[in-house]
Ligand binder design. Structure first.
Ligand code: NAD
Length: 250
């Protein structure tokens, strides 16, 4: 059980983050959610999970610092907020590059550096970063995303080594394709970049990567996050856990 543990999950108003927050709350953790969305939907989620919500824009250092100040000390930190943009490199909007690196990579640096002192003092902590199959392998037109996800893999390994004797672990979870708004949002641009129909993008681009031919379910990622928080996972650190239907086995 995770009762008595306090968990912050970034990007937990949508998609994978909600599922991780729900799974941790289901094990008795006290959960702090964060991310954008409709006020009534966020309130309903807080009710369901007995959670509190912190509002912060993780694109900036100030926003990350506000998040950590408002969330208070946490035993479990899940860096999950992320964004995607699909474009050939020569047209890639430079502002999108900056934003993706800021949210997918730099925000985790800020939240982690601010969370670690309490975890070290407590002699226990769990840092879980939602990376991606694209932290291990690439596909075209996602230069910023793939760079950010390869970056979070290196960051996580480094933190794991620094904290190896403190009771604090750091790991990545690397999903393949999970049906969330992030994936839905990239379909039109992928259609454009590759000259394909929506159905072709789903079957010939997305699911073509996954030998199981199935999208990963958000709840499956929540279950993996719970495992990484257990006492039995105390020696699991610096690892990058694929949950990708076999994608990166090929
Ligand atoms: P999503 O778009 O459904 O949710 C993104 C979350 O991040 C939302 O809660 C949103 O409010 C929050 N967010 C966005 N911009 C923010 C900002 N500036 N400041 C603070 N919060 C912000 O996405 P998802 O598919 O659930 O993705 C979650 C994570 O999983 C991301 O890191 C993503 O890269 C990764 N991932 C997703 C897939 C997939 O197939 N969906 C696959 C591999 C990895």
């Amino acid at each position: 059980s995770l009762s008595g543990k306090r968990a912050l999950v970034t990007g937990s108003t949508s998609g994978i983050g909600v599922a991780i927050a729900r799974a941790l709350a289901g094990e008795g953790a006290e959960v702090v959610i964060s991310g954008f969305g409709e006020a009534d939907e966020i309130a309903a989620l807080c009710d369901e999970l007995k959670a509190t919500h912190v509002n912060a824009d993780l694109l900036t250092q100030e926003g990350c610092e506000k998040l950590m100040a408002d969330a208070g000390a946490v035993d479990i930190l899940v860096n999950n907020a992320g964004m995607q943009f699909v474009s050939p490199i020569e047209d890639f909007p430079t502002a999108k590059w900056e934003a993706i690196i800021a949210l997918n990579l730099t925000a985790a640096f800020h939240t982690t550096r601010l969370a670690v002192p309490y975890m070290k003092k407590a002699g226990w902590g769990r840092i879980i970063n939602t990376a991606s199959a694209h932290s291990k392998t690439a596909s075209p037109f996602k230069s910023a995303y793939n760079a950010s996800k390869h970056g979070i893999d290196g960051f996580t390994k480094t933190i794991a080594l620094e904290l190896a004797q403190t009771g604090v672990t750091a790991n990545c979870i690397s999903p393949g394709y999970v049906w969330t708004p992030l994936i839905e949002g990239q379909i039109p641009d992928t259609m454009k970049a590759r000259g394909l129909s929506e159905e072709e993008v789903i079957n010939d681009v997305l699911l073509a990567k996954q030998p199981t031919k199935k999208f990963v379910q958000p709840a499956e990622i929540g279950a993996l996050a719970v495992f990484l928080c257990r006492e039995e996972a105390g020696n699991v650190t610096g690892a990058n856990w694929s949950i990708d239907g076999g994608w990166t086995a090929e």
